[in-house]
Design a protein around this ligand. Sequence first.
Ligand code: GDP
Ligand code: MG
Length: 296
Amino acid sequence: LSGYVGFGNLPSQVYKKSVSNGFEFTLMVVGASGLGKSTLINSLFLSDIYSELPQINEVNIPKTTTIESTRVHIVENEINLTLNLVDTPGFADCIDNSNCWEPILSYIHDMYEDYFENESKVHRTLFEDRRVHCCLYFISPNGRGLKDLDITFMKVLHDKVNLIPIIAKADTFSYDELVRYKRLLLQDIRANSIKIYDFSYKCTLIDDKDISLNNKFIERLPFGVVGSNRVIEVDGKLIHGREYPWGIIDINNIEHCDFSLLKDVLIRYHMQNLKDLIHTKLYERFRAHKLDGNLS
Ligand code: GDP
Ligand code: MG
């Protein structure tokens, strides 16, 4: 099992745009505690960090208590990618959660502020873009739909970041249950006017094959993911997965869960779109507001 992430096989039009200057991308995870946020971040991008360790037990991830940002540099097929992975503390389910989104919101705001300051300097030098380009919102696999707190949280975030909803620990469901749960969640999302990332926005995907792939992404929303930091041997092959009395889930198998679709979305097909949308719409709104404020 290699640490290969796969963005080196970017679709050609994205490739051309990015190969010269490299990519910088920031991904944030948000949701209640215990839903597997830290595990997913590790499964997506940091697995190679652990690959030299013997993988007997799952890497034990300490409980996240502060907003933690990790920078990872990856080079594949001569493309440089700098990833900022922003892990956030989960909020609890029963104690007072009023304003528990505030630290997360101020993090997003501070990154916009930082970018704005850099951009406004008279002598601009190269600066890091740490704006949050995508936020994965983890929904509990309770089968009952969005909680009030989920609705509030997502509505606080949806004008500030590109929001992609995720069903956490999708291994809790059978295939049919997952399909039904997705339908229920989409209804809740619509009924509450929650704006999630628009997969058809200014789509750079041009040929039919890409369009049908993009439709597959849309069909599978909200993505049901399974995370794991464990490497399991199956028929002599090493896979990233989870083991159960009834069998094994290979998190990269799209018949088992949407993990690898999500990875494709983030790394290969929508990275540039997510960044464009932040720059031209969401950051632009922040900037306009800022300039307005400075004039009055
Ligand atoms: P966080 O609080 O959201 O960061 O959650 P963690 O990543 O710390 O995970 C909490 C627990 O759930 C750990 O024991 C993980 O091993 C477990 N876990 C993480 N992802 C999954 C998953 O997809 N399925 C199952 N069944 N357990 C998971
Ligand atoms: Mg955590």
